[in-house]
Design a protein around this ligand. Sequence first.
Ligand code: NAP
Length: 505
Amino acid sequence: MPSNKTQIICPLTGRDPASMKAAMAAAADAGADAVEFRLDYLDRPPRPQDLQALLADAPVATIVTYRPRCQGGRYDGPEGPRLLLLQQAAKHEPYFIDVELGTSPDVWPQAAIILSFHDFDRCPPELAKIVASMGKTTAAVRKVAFAATAAEDFFQALDILRGSPKPTIAIAMGDMGLPSRILARKFGAFGTFASLQEGAASAPGQSTIEQLRSLYRWDSIGPATQVYGVIGHPVAHSMSPAIHNAAFTAKSMDAVYVPLLVPPGADNFKRFMDALLARPWMDWRGLSVTIPHKENALAYVGESNCDELARKIGAVNTITIGPGGKLRGDNTDYAAAIDSLCAAMGIGRAGLKGQAVAVLGAGGAARAIVAALTHYGASVSLYNRTLERARSLGQEFGAKAATLDSAVGADAAIVINCTPIGMHPNIDMSPLPRIPTGVRAVFDTIYNPIETRLLAQARQAGLVCVSGLDMFVNQAVAQFEIWTGAKAPRDVMREVVVKRLTMKE
Ligand code: NAP
């Protein structure tokens, strides 16, 4: 291998040698340090000249793998020809040949060996023993890959890397295992696997080389890198990794932000957080929390460790992890929302006092906004499809309640939409047939699209318009500043979101 840093290994899963060779060149261009020829993906076994074409003069380090079906591969023939082909490949002196645990060292090819173990069903309880037994062999590198079936499983892959005296690859597969692939470099793994493009992954949960390098800051991850993440379910399409990693890059900070898929339920949240806090050596510094865990976050952190409005709202979206694992909980949604509104209206928070505000919706977003508005003395009326829900929220915060269809007659200076009506893909819909008379400002919490139908109505009427984009960026800005104590690069963060939203449309 070219150096002792953690290698990005790109599996090549083409169906013929020519397409594998082309993919090797593309992988090298994309920044892969090594490629893994998955010979079991080829439509037919490679001929000697195919091996020659693939392995001679390769632009990057090469690994040859011929994985049998019982280890998650596609080869389902007898062992003899499989091992013979690996012996033939070894003659071309690839950097490594991968053989599966259980293959007798007597028949290993004469080559540097990656000894591998796979469990596609679960994280085996005897994992540590398996890894230890692999360490006793003469294989140069040991590799374990197992399916993460619980949110906290990926920690076990990192535990293995951390204690490893021998070059090791340890991967938790699947969406819940992604952090093990990104953080592999922090813990000195021999390699991590990343595909050339989406759809070309050789195992569940593999990201692309491009995502690893540009979204997850691969090239700047090192042993001292601080770790942040977003806990949610789902979390794959969250824009938070992009926005926070861009901020870390802009500020030249040694930090990385990863997606943390935690299934719904207070128990799942607790198990995950307990496992995270049990590993202070991982350098966790902060967590964003999104649906469905904001209430669980408040309960876990404890009300006395949360800011006043987070307690009132009953939800925490920001956890800060201090020295000794001391936790603090904040809710940056409310401040983000009202500060976006106040900035657009040219007033401070105190200027909300006495303002008549019509809030459409009575869900989680409405709850945070109503708590903040009433805290600063606004007079709030809630309009919701389900009247009962509006009434119950209204009672809690001293706001009036009515049905959504009566909102068009609201007597308000400010309208705030906290329903998803008008959100992508239903962009032609608006929660209001027209803007009520007397309204001066309209705030739509939706950020996709950036200008909703409701905001277009408001713009045409010459009113102050506030997009959910401002709220989204502001909540991330506030999180960044709480965690790091540094001023957030707001423009960079906004640009990232706009770019991703316009790319999608
Ligand atoms: P939620 O807890 O599920 O609440 C949704 C609310 O919208 C409920 O009041 C619901 O009424 C109402 N609603 C849903 N579909 C409706 C429909 N077809 N017609 C009429 N009313 C409908 O969701 P949430 O977390 O509050 O999020 C609401 C919206 O806020 C999201 O869609 C998102 O666009 C926005 N948001 C933005 C940010 C940001 O940073 N910009 C952050 C969070 C949320 P019922 O009570 O009758 O079901």
